[in-house]
Design a binder for this molecule. Structure first.
Ligand code: HPA
Length: 310
């Protein structure tokens, strides 16, 4: 086997050694993004095992605030579906190589996972989107990948998949249809939260985008922008797993051009007015985590209901 297949097999064997037999072959893996770790509360607590990433051989160390870094094996809700929750993920901006960012995805495959359900926090580029809306991804722009930071770069791991995998059907239609059906059944009245379908632009981070970059990405056809998920999706598709991915819109990217230095209206503002004007729409990590908490319950229910019907 390929080196990465051996490593993933070693990690999978370690994880299995900590689990009761009924959880040895999870059907679905759920990746919980920034502020979305609450999905862990939807599992059936009766039979559940938590394993810190730090104890798993070959796993990358995660470092971001709001990402606890643990694996939870359990049954989803009252269903008989064994799942693996990945609470927290490794990001490229932390310094990990793309192969490491997507390593846990390979471990899922080796353990028998058929479907990956990904969640993330993302900035909204589509002007119709509001903070708290949920976006079902139907395509992506792998910006880092297009210029050579790609998780499948290097000798192909034949034991996972082919050299040149297609991605034109990466986001499973049946699962997306299921997501809408479930949302129609469970959507709380009066919350104003909406579900869209859109394109995710993957950027390396860790800076949030400039205004000009937001306009660039929007012009290229992206509806949301974020710093995760795409490397995992690429690796999951390479080895034939099905994908359903959700972005939670945690902030609206600023599409308006920067204020001009020669704008007379600005020079007559008080410092406080100017400060308020300039910071409008400025992204920050706290805001991203807060929006996650508010929307977490709806997202949790959506994920739980979908997985229970798989
Ligand atoms: N840009 C990139 N990543 C993000 C954003 C954003 O605006 N919000 C949450 N993750």
């Amino acid at each position: 086997g390929s080196p990465v297949f051996k490593q993933a097999t070693e990690s999978a064997a370690f994880i299995r050694s900590k689990l009761p037999r009924v959880l040895h072959t999870p059907r679905v893996a759920i990746v919980c993004g920034s502020g979305l770790g609450g999905i862990a509360s939807t599992i059936n607590q009766d039979v559940s095992v938590e394993i810190a990433y730090s104890g798993i051989p070959n796993f990358p160390k995660t470092t971001v605030q709001g990402h606890a870094g643990k694996l939870v094996a359990a049954f989803m809700g009252d269903s008989k579906v064994p799942v693996l929750l990945l609470v927290g993920r490794a990001h490229f901006y932390e310094g990990h190589a793309m192969e490491m960012v997507s390593f846990a995805t390979r471990v899922c495959k080796v353990m028998g996972v058929e479907t990956m359900l990904m969640t993330n926090a993302a900035g909204g580029l589509n002007p119709d989107y509001r903070v708290g809306d949920i976006v079902v991804l139907n395509d992506h722009l792998n910006l880092a990948g297009l210029v050579g930071f790609h998780p499948l770069r290097g000798p192909n791991a034949e034991d996972f998949g082919v050299r040149f995998p297609p991605l034109s059907d990466a986001y499973d239609l049946g699962l997306r249809q299921k997501a809408y059906q479930v949302w129609q059944q469970i959507k709380p009245s009066g919350s104003g939260r909406r579900v869209h379908e859109g394109v995710y632009a993957f950027v390396a981070g860790p800076t949030y985008e400039t205004r000009a970059e937001c306009r660039l990405l929007h012009t290229l056809g992206a509806d949301v922008v974020g710093m995760s998920t795409v490397p995992e999706i690429v690796v999951a598709r390479h080895c034939g797993m099905k994908i359903l991915a959700f972005s939670l819109v945690t902030n609206q990217a600023v599409l308006q051009p920067v204020p001009r230095g020669d704008d007379a209206a600005l020079s007559s503002m008080t410092p406080a007015e100017l400060e308020a004007y300039l910071s409008k729409g400025k992204a920050n990590h706290e805001e991203v985590l807060e929006a996650g908490q508010e929307a977490a319950v709806d997202m949790q229910n959506l994920v739980k209901q979908i997985v229970s019907t798989l």
